[in-house]
Design a protein around this ligand. Structure first.
Ligand code: COD
Ligand code: ZN
Length: 364
């Protein structure tokens, strides 16, 4: 089957034929229907986030079940599924305490399936699976617990986006921050994930939603998803601007949705006394933010991380499906470009070039 393989950081992805072995017990063979162009894959491509290579990237995906390994009961051939990049073991401390997005078994087996082997290879050379999804390919083998069934007429691109940016962003607002009605919110970084934090804030009836981005096009786009104000940090100091828009206090909630020490610091400083800072982006390894601990104490700020929207994918992704079907969140408007798998390097040039909205691969 065809897949886009990353051999070395800094090099383009190679779209080529590689082999995919059949699913083992507890695994599912999926024909990919759509794969989203998310910045997290770009962090790996640039070498800013470490990953075992070579690897098939792609963690925002959906597809159709082709066949299933021994013991699989959750899905059957023909089912349409959203793919979760944090499948769960069901046995570790975190799975048992309702935080399956932090599953230990998943996090201790990076680049492989749960049994520490790969189904992907080229001849004798092992190829790793990014996020146990690896959907920049015609097909994938994934753990059963990484498959979330949806109706057979639910569109693939929208399903794929629920697999990452929608759940990561909306979840950060509703499950992690639990934004309260009328509160003030600043979202720093308004890409695919940040726009979903914005619509999550709108869903929670936030009062003011301040979109912060270096790209004017993204700021205009953010207004369509619920932002009430915009700030461009290339034109003015974002901390001063957020304070000014919040009566000098700072925002009740600030979200960092880009991934850098600088934007983490902005989020930290722009939160009011007693405010909450939610960090969603992963800064490059070694890019540590300087946080004044005195301010943390004396201003009683809460600094927290959010991974996968602090959602439990199997129970919370169907909630995202329902919110979309009820018209409470917009996914159609997020999808601004579609690509073929062999155009993937162009798709990543477009994201880095500041294209608005989300690109999605729809032809494999
Ligand atoms: N200030 C404000 N905005 C900025 C700045 C800045 N200094 N620099 C860049 N931006 C904007 C860009 O213009 C862009 O609009 C936005 O930040 C980033 O958007 P995208 O679309 O490129 O990125 P996303 O939304 O696909 O991904 C953002 C993440 C933060 C999720 C991603 O980069 C990341 O760190 N992922 C790791 C965390 C994670 O949970 N990964 C798992 C799956 S996503
Ligand atoms: Zn993602």
């Amino acid at each position: 089957m065809k897949a886009a393989v990353l051999y070395e950081p800094g090099q383009p992805l190679v779209v080529e034929d590689i082999e995919l072995d059949p699913p083992k017990a507890g695994e599912v063979h999926v024909k990919i229907g759509a794969a989203g162009i998310c910045r997290s894959d770009l962090h790996v491509m640039k070498g800013e986030a470490a990953h075992l290579l070579p690897a098939v990237l792609g963690h925002e995906g959906s597809g159709t079940v082709l066949d299933v390994g021994q013991g699989v009961t959750r899905v059957k051939p023909g089912d349409r599924v959203i793919l979760s990049f944090v499948p769960y073991c069901g046995h570790c401390h975190f799975c048992l305490t309702n935080r399956a997005n932090l599953c230990d078994q998943h996090m201790s087996t990076p680049g492989t399936l749960f049994d520490k082997t790969t189904r992907l290879h080229k001849g004798n050379r092992r190829i790793h699976h990014y996020g146990k999804v690896a959907c920049f390919a015609q097909e994938a083998v994934v753990p059963e617990t990484g498959c979330i069934p949806v109706a057979s007429d639910f569109p693939f691109p929208q399903a794929a986006l629920i697999g990452c940016c929608v759940t990561t962003g909306v979840g950060a607002a509703i499950y992690n921050a639990k934004i309260t009605p009328g509160s003030t919110v600043a979202v720093i970084g308004c890409g695919g994930v940040g726009l979903n934090v914005i619509q999550g804030a709108r869903l929670q009836n936030a009062g003011k939603i301040i979109a912060v981005d270096v790209n004017e096009g993204k700021l205009e786009f953010a207004m369509r998803f619920g932002a009430t104000h915009t700030v461009n940090p290339t034109l003015r100091d974002p901390v001063a601007a957020i304070k000014e828009l919040t009566g000098g206090l700072g925002a009740d909630y600030t979200f960092e949705v880009f991934g850098s020490s600088q934007t983490v610091q902005t989020a930290y400083l722009a939160a009011r006394k007693g405010g909450t800072i939610v960090v969603v982006g992963l800064a490059p390894t070694g890019d540590n933010a300087a946080i004044d601990p005195v301010m943390l104490v004396r201003q009683e700020k809460t600094l927290k991380g959010s991974y996968y929207g602090s959602a439990r994918p199997v129970v919370d992704m169907p909630v995202m499906v329902q919110l979309y079907q009820a018209g409470k969140i917009d996914i159609d408007g997020l999808i601004t470009r579609t690509y073929r798998l062999d155009q993937i390097n162009q798709a990543y040039k477009d994201i880095d070039g500041g294209d608005v909205g989300r690109g999605v691969i729809t032809q494999f």
